[in-house]
Design a protein around this ligand. Structure first.
Ligand SMILES: Cc1ncc(COP(=O)(O)O)c(C=O)c1O
Length: 359
């Protein structure tokens, strides 16, 4: 068996000990003679698995007690609609900051339900403008941001728009658990699982209690946050296996030392790769240094005709899925929590050799 370094933006690498544990538990979970995916979601065994995963996530993210944690389906894309349905009435207004492809999609979906005010819009998506350039509306029901733009590799880093009493809603799909997030600064956080949480299929929504009970009467049951919260996210059958798997990843992260520790490792990994890109005339990253993502690092080669060759030779060297998103081209290395430093070092070695051979 040979495992590769998988730089995919998602679904992405899962820590190997977690895959191994899931394999060990495949036929017989803890002496129960069945796999978790064969268990009723109402069984006491699964209820315990679900509760432990939530408790571990709360601990890892230091989620305050006045926030509910929901485990839903439909991905982050589902919440592009779920957010306006749960926080606004028809005719209401919300502010959307468009800093890349994902926030643009979120705003487009929201337009079906409410009046979208574009509070900021970047064209090249290479940074986040200072607050003086933002047009925040006094009557917005919420302000939506995407703190890490997965496709463009743009991150808010230390910047958050001051929204006062207007709740901030953050799509943290590609940065959840990679660095500390002050949950109390947000009204709602949401994330698809397939980057730092586990396999696709489960969506985490973290919502402050006072924002529940604003849902529209025609909100589908599966999107209705208060209903889901009331039922412990088990109003209908949840994605039980993904939930269990997320729980294994949370335990792994706790064993690594938690979010603070992984953040230091993530910073070190990203710094190494950016410094190789910046110190060469052959590779380039267009994002302003203070808004560079730790998780998704896009880069180009000086001669675009070499991109296919780069990707093919990298794949042969066991460095997979380095193609940039089809919307932007180039290359992109996603360095989620499960990507070890050795993977980044192997990529850097390959990049240097490729540069020497093709300059
Ligand atoms: C920032 C961000 N938001 C939303 C999505 C869409 O997530 P999903 O496929 O879970 O709907 C992605 C997927 O990559 C993403 O990176």
């Amino acid at each position: 068996m040979k495992r590769v370094y998988n730089f995919s933006a998602g679904p992405a690498m899962i820590p190997e000990p977690v895959l191994q544990q899931a394999a060990d538990e495949m036929l017989d979970w803890h002496g129960h003679g069945m796999n978790v995916m064969e268990m009723s979601h109402r069984s006491k065994e699964f209820m315990a698995i679900a509760a432990e995963a939530e408790a571990d996530l709360r601990e890892l993210m230091a989620i305050p007690l006045n926030y509910k944690v929901l485990f839903l389906q439909g991905g982050a894309t589902g919440q592009f609609a779920g957010i306006p349905m749960n926080l606004t009435k028809p005719g209401d207004k919300a502010d959307y900051a468009i800093t890349g492809a994902w926030s643009k999609k979120a705003a487009k979906e929201a337009e079906k339900y409410l009046q979208v005010n574009v509070s900021i819009k970047t064209d090249a998506h290479t940074g986040v403008p200072g607050i003086a350039d933002w047009d925040l509306s006094a009557d917005a029901k919420y302000v939506h941001i995407t703190p890490n733009e997965t496709i463009h590799g743009v991150a808010y880093n230390d910047f958050l728009p001051p929204t006062g009493d207007i709740p901030l809603v953050g799509d943290v799909s590609s940065m959840i658990l990679s660095q500390p997030i002050d949950v109390s600064k947000y009204g709602v956080l949401y994330a698809g699982a397939q980057k730092n949480i586990g396999p696709a299929g489960i969506t985490v929504v973290i919502v402050r209690d006072d924002l529940l009970d604003n849902q529209r009467p025609d909100t589908p049951m599966v999107w209705d946050w208060p209903g889901k919260a009331e039922a412990g996210s088990m109003l209908n059958t949840p994605p039980t296996y993904s939930w269990y798997f997320a729980g294994l990843v949370f335990k792994w992260l706790k064993n690594q030392g938690g979010v603070e520790t992984i953040y230091e490792i993530n910073k070190a990994k990203a710094k190494k790769l950016y410094s190789v890109i910046d110190s060469s005339d052959f590779y380039a990253n267009p994002v302003e240094p203070s808004f560079r993502s730790l998780m998704n690092i896009p880069f180009t080669v000086a001669k675009p005709e070499l991109e296919t060759k780069f990707n093919q030779e990298a794949a042969k060297a066991g460095l997979k899925n380095l193609e940039g998103h089809r919307a932007v081209g180039g290359m992109r290395a996603s360095l989620y929590n499960a990507m070890p430093m050795e993977g980044v070092e192997a990529l850097i070695k390959f990049m240097k050799e490729f540069e020497s051979a093709n300059i």
